[in-house]
Design a protein around this ligand. Structure first.
Ligand SMILES: [Zn+2]
Length: 168
């Protein structure tokens, strides 16, 4: 993590560490805000429900930001390099990236009573298939566990309404 009260060059930091970045590197989390840079490729079908707002700034490549509208209908925001996007709190969203996609993200540090939810929905009829709730600490681990559970038990990935099986 970077110190407070001291600037640094984001582009230079990325360029120096590009080769072994992993999926996500945190800039600050000892703050009212959690700021990180995340990159593609990723593969996720979950939708994250964050009790706070999230700001996305697309640095390189494209971000397919899938989200569910008020009626539960799947929508897609396509962010290109230089695009800035505010995702309001509690909007289920699923950021999907190809290789070469780099995004700067800012979210709010969670309050002690707050929990994050991850939901999987049927791609045919938007019915909720599966859900997991976590205290936000390591979201990628929680999502990986829930995804593994759904892969191990196809019933969890099968829509009770229309019978469609989610391709995880
Ligand atoms: Zn369905």
């Amino acid at each position: 993590m970077f110190p407070h009260l001291k600037g640094f060059n984001l582009q230079q930091w990325i360029d120096e560490n590009r080769g072994n970045w992993g999926q996500r590197r945190v800039i600050w989390e000892d703050s009212d805000f959690i700021a990180f840079v995340t990159r593609g490729p990723n593969r996720r079908k979950d939708f994250h429900i964050n009790p706070g707002d999230e700001i996305f700034y697309q640095l390189e490549g494209e971000l397919n930001l899938h989200y569910l509208g008020k009626d539960g209908k799947a929508e897609l925001a396509l962010l290109k390099a230089g695009d800035l996007f505010l995702l309001p709190a509690n909007v289920p969203h699923s950021p999907r990236r190809a290789d070469g996609s780099w995004t700067f993200v800012v979210e709010r540090t969670r309050r002690p009573e707050e929990q994050d939810r991850f939901v999987w929905v049927c791609e045919e009829c938007s019915n909720t298939l599966h859900e997991t709730t976590i205290r936000f600490n390591d979201p990628s681990d929680a999502v990986a566990k829930a995804t593994a559970a759904m892969k191990a038990d196809p019933k969890l990935a099968t829509c009770s309404r229309c019978g469609e099986v989610l391709d995880l």
